[in-house]
Design a protein around this ligand. Structure first.
Ligand code: FAD
Length: 468
């Protein structure tokens, strides 16, 4: 049997390769990764910049030796450049070659949108997508960073030297109020840098809804981050280094600029293969992660998935989605057909002491656009029994469909372990619960953890009243 070939050696790609090897130990599995790093956690990079994570290699889950031990033929520094029927073209250190495949997984991830900006080539301008970006940013903001001794894995210390030798910035502009922008606002602030966060529209974290956007904005302000909403940045200006950003309301002098205005899926190989892209721009796949080209799968940030609530294709580029789809495809290719699973867009984020989660549809607008007749309630309840130390207000927004009573989604925000409460809601969405069913859930109670009525149950009770 021809090998299972994987393009991309991170979350989706290595999950698939590992699972296939376990399910079918005799199958040859080859992973091509164009970069130096494999099996790394993008998600930890803001905390590495902050300094909460010490070394860059702490963000690596499996070393190349661990991968080899699983029987996977891992080739770093190898870029898949083309896909034809039954074969991929690969460019590696020894030149270009053809690699036949029996099954092919495209797990090529996404890339950071550079924005409509000039100036990203100036010293002090960054995007954050991958460990080399994280190392560059850390070198620039950490006065104690010495490339010669820092834990930077296979990276060349000399590449980081100019950034490490430059003066630590006093002021940073972050362009984009999504979760990466918010996490970096905390990280750079913690390093004593004056942070200005620019968001083009009126709300931070748009997919998380207004309650979370407002709470996070208040928290950032109270921690000294200057939040500029409704303020588009036009350019990152200066000479060979960043000196200022020009924005809709004027100019900010800053020695650092971070652009976090979103990502786009890497779909070039899928298009070469002749696979169809969905409306989102990511690769269209079926329940098993198959594209419409025989033997070609796609998973992770480059692929769509099915929405838990609507059953329609959607694009939610997140970590579990990638790991889970990769693992399922590995099982399928290894002879155990396994669906990749649906996604509700379940996501969590923190800004200093505030943490927040969202799942499904948050608020009426997006639910109505998807064809529902939504009704939404927002409540505030205690996070623990009122008499127990540490209790804090938790705000829950819950949306349901008027006609069926089905829960469509919601959000949770607060300062006392609020974010992970969203998992109750994600579970209810997956089960297709109505508000009445959510209200009846047997959730755990003891004073240090929760009031008798968990805030999610309080929200369900209030929303049920509206639906009657
Ligand atoms: C700063 C940041 C913070 C994040 N935080 C969170 C979080 O808190 N929670 C969460 O759920 N998600 C988070 N994410 C998203 C999460 O990291 C991604 O959803 C996940 O890594 C996607 O995995 P993937 O395997 O699809 O893509 P990637 O992890 O991007 O891996 C794709 C790999 O493919 C390689 N590649 C690309 N093209 C080729 C080619 N032609 N040939 C060979 N190799 C190729 C790339 O070099 C890369 O290593 C975060 C992302 C970022 C950038």
């Amino acid at each position: 049997m021809k090998p299972f070939v994987v393009a991309g050696g991170d979350a989706a790609g290595l999950s698939a390769a590992s699972k296939c090897k376990r399910a079918a130990p005799d199958r040859e599995v080859i992973v091509f990764e164009k970069g130096e790093w494999v099996s790394y956690a993008h998600c930890g990079t803001p905390y590495y910049v902050k300094g909460e994570v010490d070394g860059l290699t702490d963000l690596v889950s499996l070393s190349p030796a661990d991968v080899a031990e699983r029987g996977i033929d891992l080739r770093r520094g190898h870029e898949v450049t083309d896909v034809t029927e039954g074969s991929v073209t690969v460019v590696g250190p020894d030149g270009e070659f053809e690699q036949p495949y029996g099954d092919l997984l495209l797990a090529t991830g996404a890339h950071a949108v550079q924005g409509p900006f000039d100036g990203l080539d100036r010293r002090g301008a960054f995007t954050l997508h991958g460990l080399p970006d994280a190392a560059a940013m850390r070198a620039f903001v950490d006065p104690d960073f010495d490339p010669a001794t820092a834990d930077i894995g296979p990276m060349d210390p000399e590449r980081l030297r100019p950034l490490a030798d430059a003066p630590v910035p006093e002021t940073a502009a972050i362009v984009g109020g999504g979760y990466v922008g918010v996490e970096l606002a905390e990280a750079l602030s913690a390093r004593g840098i004056e942070v200005h966060l620019f968001q083009r529209n009126e709300q931070l974290l748009p997919p998380f809804g207004a309650a979370i956007g407002d709470a996070v904005r208040a928290e950032l302000n109270s921690e000294g981050v200057v939040v500029h909403t409704d303020t588009a940045v036009d350019s990152i200006a200066g000479g060979d280094r960043v000196e200022r950003v020009e924005h809709a309301d004027g100019t900010l002098d800053a020695e650092m600029a971070v652009v976090g205005v979103g990502i786009r899926p890497n779909t070039g190989l899928a298009e070469d293969a002749g696979a169809t892209l969905g409306d989102s721009g990511a690769v269209a796949v079926d329940r098993y992660g198959r594209t419409d080209v025989e033997g070609v799968y796609a998973a992770g940030d480059c692929a769509e998935a099915r929405h838990t609530v609507t059953g329609e294709p959607t694009w939610v580029p997140l970590g579990l989605t990638a790991n889970r789809a990769g693992r399922a495809i590995g099982a399928t290719v290894g002879g155990e057909p396994t669906p990749v699973g649906d996604v509700a867009g379940t996501a969590v984020v923190k800004a200093f002491e505030v943490s927040a989660g969202r799942a499904g549809f948050v608020g009426d607008e997006s639910a109505r656009a998807a064809g529902f007749e939504p009704v939404t309630e927002t409540i505030t309840a205690g996070s623990r029994s009122g008499y127990y130390p540490g209790a804090a207000e938790t705000t829950v927004t819950l949306t349901a469909d008027c006609g069926t009573g089905r829960v469509l989604g919601g959000s949770v925000v607060g300062t006392d372990r609020a974010a992970k409460r969203i998992d109750t809601l994600a579970t209810a969405l997956d089960a297709g619960h109505t508000v009445a069913e959510l209200e009846r859930l047997d959730l755990a109670y003891a004073p240090p953890f929760s009031p008798v009525w968990d805030p999610i149950l309080v929200a369900a009770k209030v929303l049920a009243g509206r639906l009657e």
